[in-house]
Design a protein around this ligand. Structure first.
Ligand code: HEM
Length: 269
């Protein structure tokens, strides 16, 4: 072939080759996908404040945000009260006493996605945020808890139809005074509700209205609902703790704050 044709053929070949896409190494999805839960060895300082900020945004962005302080409070009570705030609640969602708590666990999991914070700590952060959003005393829980790998013991959470002696004995066995137990119940049930009925008309605001309602001799207050356990605890309140919460919001704040701190400090370590 004459040299001029050879040169033209070479130019075509070159032009064709340079128009081909340059092949890059195919990345494996396993190595390239974003890491959602960093491996523990990569975790440094755990950003508990960051998680609280995320959780606050998730709650406030929800059109039903008024329900969240009560949901977070109930979830924290049920996780910690079994003896340790260790996230074992996530393995117990099919227990009857944990009805509807799955939505709270889902929200808490969203708040820690991409962080090194455990679900156990997120539940405690949820308790702190609940106290803040509902206007209860400030709460700071100890953190750094590793998640439980299995469910906790059954039969620890008090039930609706237990007598006061059983309920208060249960709380005393876990290190709470009778006053703290009564404050836990009457402060806790000052927000949220059950079966579509609210305990008080103020779904998201903590206060002593529930204690006031319960201690009125003939109440014609509308919008208040009590559980059988609330009534039996009132009947057994020979020391007048609930009456003192009704008369003095500061007394409820003090005992409820103390109850919550003991609750979120529960640990088997
Ligand atoms: C004698 C002890 C207690 C009993 C028997 C009890 C029982 C219950 C029951 C049956 C419900 C309704 C749950 C449902 O809708 O299925 C409820 C709701 C609730 N409990 Fe208790 N509870 C007790 C103590 C506490 C304590 C100590 C706290 C927190 C400090 C608490 C916080 C709440 C909250 C915030 C709700 C409302 C949840 C919501 O609206 O999403 N409870 N409780």
């Amino acid at each position: 072939m004459p040299l001029v044709f050879q040169l033209i053929a070479l130019c075509f070949l070159f032009a064709f080759a340079s128009s081909m896409p340059i092949e890059t190494p195919v990345s494996s999805p396993e190595t390239e996908s974003p890491i959602l839960l960093p491996a523990p060895e990569r975790c440094g300082q755990q950003d508990w404040n960051g998680v609280k900020g995320t959780l606050r945004s998730l709650v406030l962005d929800d059109s039903k945000h008024a329900r969240w302080p009560a949901r977070l409070l109930r979830a924290g009570f049920h996780d910690c009260y079994e003896g340790s705030c260790d996230g074992s609640l996530a393995h117990e969602l099919n227990r009857p006493e944990n009805r509807n708590i799955d939505v709270t666990i889902d929200l808490l999991r969203s708040s820690i996605r991409g962080t090194c914070v455990s679900l156990a700590d997120a539940i405690k952060i949820g308790l702190e945020l609940s106290m803040e959003l509902m206007g209860a005393p400030e709460l700071v829980c100890p953190k750094g808890t590793v998640d439980a790998e299995k469910a906790g013991p059954t039969g620890e959470i008090p039930t609706l139809f237990q007598g006061a002696a059983t309920i208060l004995g249960n709380f005393r066995g876990k290190g709470f005074t009778v006053e703290e137990a009564q404050a836990g119940n009457f402060g806790g049930h000052s927000v949220g509700g059950f079966g579509g009925r609210l305990f008080t008309p103020t779904v998201a605001r903590y206060g002593n209205e529930f204690a006031k309602f319960m201690t009125q001799p003939f109440s014609n207050a509308t919008g208040f609902n009590a559980l059988p356990s609330d009534r039996t605890l009132l009947e057994a309140d020979t020391s007048g703790h609930i009456q003192s919460f009704a008369d003095d919001r500061a007394a409820l704040d003090k005992a409820f704050g103390s109850f919550m701190l003991k609750l979120c400090s529960m640990s088997r370590d």
